[in-house]
Design a protein around this ligand. Structure first.
Ligand code: SAH
Length: 343
């Protein structure tokens, strides 16, 4: 028997084709797509304006991917919630829901585990199990909107995994997430964060989406960056900056640099000066993240005074800079603290 298609992972034109092949009218595809991506239906059973026969046909033909929330933790500090979801194959991933004045933001995972090996990050411990399907990325957003009962307005792909190491699925996910026939999250409210896979950054630029690309820089020389991130062995800072310039050229969107401040490693005045030199020509926004504790690692965060000095140095160079407010640190929900295991 042919394998069932994952209905939540296909775009509206593809769904229209599928249903036409089943002898259905095109408007049925719209109707079903709406149930899946706007009304966030939990299964074909709830699609009450379809005939019983059509629902049955769908159940026979398609898979309906759902995630099971197995644990929800809420931060006492800021109300951030961390969700542990079980995927259909039994693997688990984490997602984070953050409430801001301007709306609710969800941070999603793109893979089960990660093979990039950044030394300060918990998500990479245990390596990569597999990449997520578009449906599994979408469903993190949908399930959270269903559970909280509040609209999600921003999505950041900054959870477990390297999104550009799962390129095709990421792109389908982005297309469906921002589709005007679906949940219709504005592309400008979506951020994809990468450790810097240069050819994929260029490919993404060519898609000409209006999303924000965030580059995890963390070091201003190849030598320093290599100490923290194995990917730096493969691509130089020079190549990275050219790819960033290309992204800006193609999309008109400014790049964000993420820079985790690790005490005694990358937080000197000199580092700040070099960072300013990289950020200025590209008019990048710099987001400083005092490194979050991961129990298997012995990195320590820069002191508050160092963080401030670092920030001032950038400001003096007229770089647009913010210190990321760490949300949900008490529930291990902050950057680099997500992991695929439940323990
Ligand atoms: N793989 C992607 C997205 C996931 S990580 C990437 O590398 O960008 C999201 C951000 O958190 C990245 O900038 C990452 O480097 C940073 N990060 C990882 N571990 C961290 C930690 N312990 N403290 C602070 N930031 C961390």
């Amino acid at each position: 028997m042919e394998e069932k298609k994952d209905i939540k992972s296909i775009t509206l034109p593809q769904l229209t084709e599928e249903l036409t092949a089943l002898g259905e009218k095109p408007f049925r595809a719209r109707q079903i797509y709406r149930w899946i991506h706007v009304k966030l239906a939990e299964g074909f059973e709830s699609m009450t304006d379809l005939s019983g026969q059509l629902r049955e046909k769908c159940i026979q033909t398609f898979l309906y991917t759902a995630l099971e929330p197995v644990k929800i933790q809420e931060s006492k500090i800021d109300g951030t919630r961390k969700f542990l979801f079980r995927l259909p194959d039994g693997n688990t991933v984490e997602s984070v829901w953050m409430k801001y004045k301007h709306g609710n933001s969800v941070c999603i995972s793109s893979q089960v585990g990660c093979r990039m090996g950044c030394r300060f990050c918990a998500s990479t411990i245990g390596g990569l199990e597999r990449s997520l399907l578009p449906s599994e990325m979408l469903e993190q957003v949908y399930a959270i909107q269903r559970i909280t009962g509040e609209r999600v307005s921003n999505v950041v792909v900054m959870g477990i995994g390297e999104p550009l190491d799962n390129y095709e699925n990421l792109l389908t996910f982005l297309r469906i997430l921002t589709d005007e026939n679906g949940l219709h999250i504005s592309q400008r409210n979506v951020t994809v964060s990468t450790c810097g896979i240069v050819p994929r950054m260029r490919q993404l630029a060519d898609e000409k989406l209006q999303i924000t690309l965030a580059l995890s820089l963390h070091g201003t020389t190849d030598e320093k960056r290599r100490r923290l991130m194995p990917i730096a062995e493969k691509y130089s800072i020079d190549q990275l900056m050219q790819a960033c310039a290309y992204y800006f050229e193609q999309t008109g969107r400014r790049i964000t640099f993420e820079y985790s401040l690790v005490g005694g490693v990358n937080d000197t005045e000199e580092d700040a000066g070099q960072l300013a030199q990289l950020a200025r020509p590209l008019a990048c926004h710099v987001n400083l993240i005092p490194v979050n504790p991961v129990r298997e690692r012995d990195y320590v965060s820069s002191t508050g005074a160092r963080v401030q000095a670092f920030k001032s140095r950038l400001e003096k160079a007229r770089v647009n800079v913010t210190v990321r407010r760490e949300m949900g640190r008490d529930i291990d929900g902050a950057c680099g603290q997500l992991r695929r295991n439940m323990e």
